[in-house]
Design a binder for this molecule. Structure first.
Ligand code: ATP
Length: 369
């Protein structure tokens, strides 16, 4: 099912005089999600992700804008008529019911001709349980399951009606690191097998990047960028997006474009032939550094952190806005800081310029000096 959000806005009224404290949780959100895609809604706490999801599910009514499932405008339909499956962070299972009864619950709630026969219900529940691999646990109560198993039950319960759209709100937050990894791969597998258009909310950029077909990055209710994870990482629209994506995070410097060259402090690191003279923010991805004795960027060496395949060279530079500069390079390199200085050249495709005032990306040719 294709999902289209058209200029979707949600304001929460304030409690003070003249609506003081009014919050625009989602502001003019427009996106078209193709049928069968998995989309990650991503952003820091309070950016409006859950509000956007609740607008799609129908739990909240928009202040303005429309929502379409396929060609149908469903903005005014109540949640139960939208054909969505919902999964929350806290699983929200019924503790007194068995796994089987929990999964059956949405089917038993169906009325009239939509209600399947008892045999059909049991078949559907068994099918959903098999899909999320909990078919051996059907007679247990939620209290007798691990967190990961409980989340699978919640997903099975959301899938049992074969919804047109599956909505997941921070589904992995309550799981430990290893289970998170495993469960996110499971979600991807289940989504691929069912082909259900899925929107999931997370504040964890790595999680969103790893399993989404497309990510939507939000800040203060406003969509910052929509695209394939790699494309957004490689081509961030603004400083916020560049900073939000990537582990370790992007290195940000105060820089200057002067006479076609890019300066970080005194170091002329790259050529920027078409870019007007101005002060800029310069983002350099950690993998954008090349250890080089004659490199233009001269940093005060700090330490080397071993990561296995790679090493992280930690250093300082006067123009850096991060406390340290972090360069990820292959472990085959030997770091030999002569006189406490380590020198790098920069890979132009890993360097981004942003306006000092707008923090928007400045596009233009960047080449080696
Ligand atoms: P988190 O990751 O912390 O769950 P989020 O990105 O999902 O955050 P939302 O829960 O959508 O963010 O909230 C967006 C903004 O709207 C926040 O400023 C929040 O305080 C505000 N907000 C959410 N629900 C309400 C409400 N019912 N009444 C008033 N303000 C609200």
């Amino acid at each position: 099912m294709k999902v289209v959000l058209q200029n979707l806005t949600k304001k929460f009224s304030g409690r003070g005089k003249k609506n003081a404290g009014e919050v625009t949780a989602v502001n003019d959100f427009t996106v078209e999600i193709p049928d069968g895609e998995l989309v990650g809604l991503l952003g820091p706490s309070g950016c409006g992700k859950s509000t956007a999801l609740n607008l799609i599910s129908g739990l909240l009514k928009p202040t303005a804008g429309r929502i379409f499932f396929g060609e149908d405008d469903i903005t005014d339909l109540p949640p139960e008529k939208r054909g969505v499956g919902l999964v929350f962070q806290n699983y929200a299972l019924y503790p007194h019911l068995t796994v089987k009864q929990n999964i059956l619950f949405p089917l038993q709630n169906l009325k009239g001709k939509n209600r399947p026969s008892k045999t059909a219900m049991l078949e559907k529940a068994a099918e959903a349980a098999k899909l999320v691999q909990i078919d051996g646990l059907m007679d247990r109560k939620p209290g007798e399951l691990s967190g990961g198993q409980q989340q699978r039950v919640a997903i099975a319960r959301a899938l049992v009606k074969m919804p047109g759209v599956l909505l997941l709100d921070e589904p992995l937050s309550n799981l430990d690191a290893r289970l998170r990894l495993q469960t996110r791969e499971e979600i991807r597998r289940i989504q691929r097998e069912t082909g259900i258009t899925t929107i999931f909310v997370t504040h964890d950029q790595e999680e969103a990047m790893s399993i989404s077909d497309r990510i939507v990055v939000m800040k203060e209710g406003v969509v910052q960028q929509i695209g394939r994870p790699q494309a957004v990482y490689d081509d961030p629209a603004n400083l916020f997006v560049a900073r939000f994506l990537g582990t370790p995070p992007i290195n940000v410097f105060a820089g200057q474009c002067r006479g076609g060259r890019l300066y970080l402090g005194q170091d002329a690191v790259l050529r920027v032939p078409g870019i007007a003279d101005q002060e800029v923010y310069v983002g350099v991805r950690p993998e954008g550094f090349v250890l080089c004795e004659t490199g233009a960027l001269s940093c005060e060496f700090g330490s080397v952190e071993v990561m296995g395949r790679d090493i992280s060279v930690v250093s300082r530079h006067s123009a850096s806005l991060n406390p340290t500069v972090r360069a990820i390079i292959s472990a085959e390199n030997r770091v030999d800081p002569a006189g406490g200085t380590v020198r790098f050249s920069l890979k132009p495709q890993k360097v981004f310029l942003f306006g000092k005032d707008t923090e928007e990306r400045i596009c233009g040719e960047i080449t080696e000096s």
